[in-house]
Design a binder for this molecule. Sequence first.
Ligand code: SF4
Length: 235
Amino acid sequence: MIRLMTRAEIEEFFARLQKIEPNPKTELEYKNPYTLLVAVALSAQATDKSVNKATAPLFKTIDSPQKMLALGEERLADAIKTIGLYRGKAKNVIAAAKILIDKHGGQVPKDRYSLEELPGVGRKTANVVLNVAFGEPTIAVDTHIFRVSNRTGLAPGKDVLAVELSLEKRVPEKYLSHAHHWLILHGRYTCVARKPFCPTCVVRDLCHFPDKTKELPPEKPRLKTPKPKASSSKP
Ligand code: SF4
């Protein structure tokens, strides 16, 4: 069983991620809470890049539930057909637009219960919207956050809910608002699934993963973040 990070290690872990990226943002493109909700719902089992590619032209004209409803399911499906599971997603987005108009005055609700009532919106999507659009300190556990939390000993858990609840308890309050993005970026660009880039990882000495890689893999590291300065990372 992986050793849990101590409070001091967790504090240092986030301090370093914060130093690299003081103001982390979602990589999904959006114009307002509604387009964020749609983008996050479309991103299930799809990359942010593929979603952005489809939504860039769509969101130029469609940025409200009313306009989405007027567009209709068929034309929406056609606009997002490069995204996996697009037919089901188009159906859900149209059904959600109707509910937003009928029950919420065309606005995206700010509470989890109402968000999760929308078709195609689960706990993860609701958490992203609450965090990104409304500044709530929620953590939406995706595949990257699940992996990083378990590997490092930050907040191990058998399933995404266990990891989410553990993160909420263990992440210092001052880091909670941005923790979600720091962990996603770290998992996406450094602590990647197959061969993590441990030799250049800024939290290497804090991480309890027993199988850290000793050398960089032959493929070029996809580090988005700058390499740590000697002073910012202990050996
Ligand atoms: S040292 Fe390796 S396993 Fe640990 S967080 Fe960094 S990249 Fe991930």
